[in-house]
Ligand binder design. Structure first.
Ligand code: FAD
Ligand code: SF4
Length: 481
């Protein structure tokens, strides 16, 4: 490294975000891409620490210290080559990854970590601007066909790897557009769809065929698909929402988070949404039940739609603001970090369970909440207890249920293929060969590992492509991760 004490010389400086008053008035991305000069300075904070935990905690094992050194040397082209050798879609992870690499950065023990995610984004955006990202065609086509079901990040990564290895790849998607949760889950203010389109054009030019509006197992018979494909990959996500079973769940104004987010993503894409089916937060008291990315995206969407007040209810207690990082490093540190939407006005109710939803004339008007106490059992697991004396009534006009996803859908495709399931209800397949119990059928992404992250979906798609290649050709030149 050019500057061995860069980590002492320079402070962490984030890429920057639009001011709250500006960003809540539109649907575009509000986080900026770090300028190249700033990325060079931030890359100098990398300590070149010898055992780079950031690299091992990144699910695709991005070569982080290597590209930090190259950015520091102003060698952006080689930095990009390093980055794309491990990650098919750094422009997605550079925008929305929860960055476990930064929690594992050695600098985070005593200081603030290197801005790894922002540097990743700066590298890939420089590559797009410079025209370095081009379709890669395989010169030795293999004439074997692979059908991939699902066009989320797992399906797309798998498709790109396999088409580059020479296979004829068709991706089937039941929705009208390609992208899975990148398209209809994550809102434009975090991931603009032009970013997705740009990458899809590359996949298309590389030879991946896309068939949208095809629900495999319902519009298209799985046996027919199996007759035309030499291997089938299930990348159909984890779509079964966790349900809340309390009185009042079927009242008007109570909706599943994904119904709400999908509709707003369609609106932003220019699709018509009828007034009868419209879910709109404008002028309302909105409550989001549940945390995580889905809950947070509901909050950000409701604020941008003009909600009067948005409250998020979570059943775990508020994490502490300060924690000794060393107790947890290099794993995630359970401390409270204010989210962007807190800045935008979201309020929180911690450690309360919803016991009933009250209605008036068939429409939600309030939630009944009960305080929880969390107690650690002898085996280290936490258990929750309701505190009967502590009830609370919380007024609400729109309630969004963001309780996560139980597993992949068990009807249709999964039923027809009779693939085995694991104890959680996900499709059973080992991560060394991605084979399901049905010969020639593979599975990757959230459908296999349960609801997870985009970076994990990319990793699984890449590894599954290699497994398919090994199965069909006896060996593979595709990378292991
Ligand atoms: C609201 C929300 C926000 C999120 N935010 C983040 C974030 O900020 N960062 C992050 O890392 N992760 C985030 N995630 C998680 C991330 O999006 C997922 O882990 C990832 O998309 C999983 O990829 P996948 O390819 O396995 O499945 P998906 O993206 O779910 O794609 C599966 C696709 O398969 C299609 N399909 C299913 N069955 C069939 C069938 N029978 N025939 C044809 N097509 C079918 C579906 O329509 C879907 O398009 C978020 C998730 C949600 C819901
Ligand atoms: S993909 Fe995620 S974990 Fe990996 S380097 Fe990028 S931000 Fe970090």
């Amino acid at each position: 490294m050019e500057d061995p004490i860069g980590f002492l010389r320079y402070q962490r400086k984030e890429a920057g975000k639009q001011l709250v008053g500006v960003r809540v008035r539109h649907w575009h991305e509000y986080e900026q891409t770090m300028p190249d000069v700033q990325a060079c300075v931030q890359a100098r904070r990398c300590m070149d620490c010898g055992t780079p935990y950031c690299h091992s905690y990144c699910p695709v094992h991005n070569l982080i210290p290597d590209w930090n050194a190259l950015v520091n040397d102003d060698d952006w082209h080689r930095a990009y080559e390093q980055l794309e050798s491990t990650n098919n879609f750094p422009e997605f992870t550079g925008r929305i990854c929860s960055a476990p690499c930064e929690q594992a950065c050695t600098l985070s023990i005593r200081s603030r970590p290197v801005t790894i995610r922002s540097i990743e984004l700066a590298i890939v955006e420089r590559a797009w601007r410079s025209g370095w990202i081009k379709p890669r065609r395989n010169r030795q086509p293999l004439f074997r066909r692979v059908a991939i079901i699902g066009s989320g990040p797992a399906g797309l990564a798998c498709a790109q790897q396999l088409v580059r290895a020479g296979y004829q790849v068709t991706v089937y998607e039941k929705a009208d557009r390609i992208g899975g949760l990148l398209r209809y889950g994550i809102p434009d203010f975090r991931l603009e769809k032009a970013v997705l389109e740009r990458r899809l054009a590359q996949l298309h030019a590389e030879g991946v065929r896309f068939r949208t509006g095809v629900h495999v197992g319902s519009d298209l018979d799985i046996d027919e698909l199996r007759r035309t494909a030499h291997a089938v990959v299930l990348a159909c996500g984890s779509e079964q929402p966790r349900e809340m079973q309390v009185p009042g769940c079927s009242l008007g104004g109570v909706h599943l988070a994904m119904d709400y987010l999908r509709q707003q993503n369609r609106r932003v894409a220019g699709d018509f949404v009828s007034s009868e089916s419209a879910i709109n937060a404008a002028g309302k008291l909105v409550t989001v039940i549940g945390g995580g990315d889905t809950g947070s995206d509901c909050v950000g969407t409701a604020i941008r739609q003009g909600a009067r007040q948005v409250t998020q209810i979570q059943y775990h207690k508020c994490p502490p603001a300060h924690v000794d990082n060393l107790l947890y490093w290099p794993g995630p540190v359970p401390k409270r970090c204010k989210s962007d939407h807190d800045e935008e006005g979201c309020k929180h109710i911690w450690a309360f369970d919803t016991t009933a939803i009250e209605g008036q004339s068939g429409h939600v008007c309030a939630l009944l909440l009960q305080k929880l106490r969390w107690v650690r059992r002898a085996d280290g697991c936490w258990e929750k207890y309701h505190l009967p004396g502590q009830l609370r009534r919380h007024p609400a006009q729109l309630v969004l249920l963001a309780l996560g996803y139980a597993h992949t859908s068990h009807t249709g495709l999964v039923q027809q293929l009779s693939v085995g399931l694991d104890a959680c209800g996900n499709i059973a397949a080992q991560d060394d060969d991605y084979k399901t119990s049905n010969k020639g059928v593979f599975c990757c992404g959230d459908a296999r590992r349960g609801q997870s992250l985009v970076v994990w979906a990319i990793r699984e798609g890449r590894q599954c492509a290699r497994a398919v290649d090994c199965w069909l050709s006896g060996d593979s030149v595709l990378p292991q991760v």
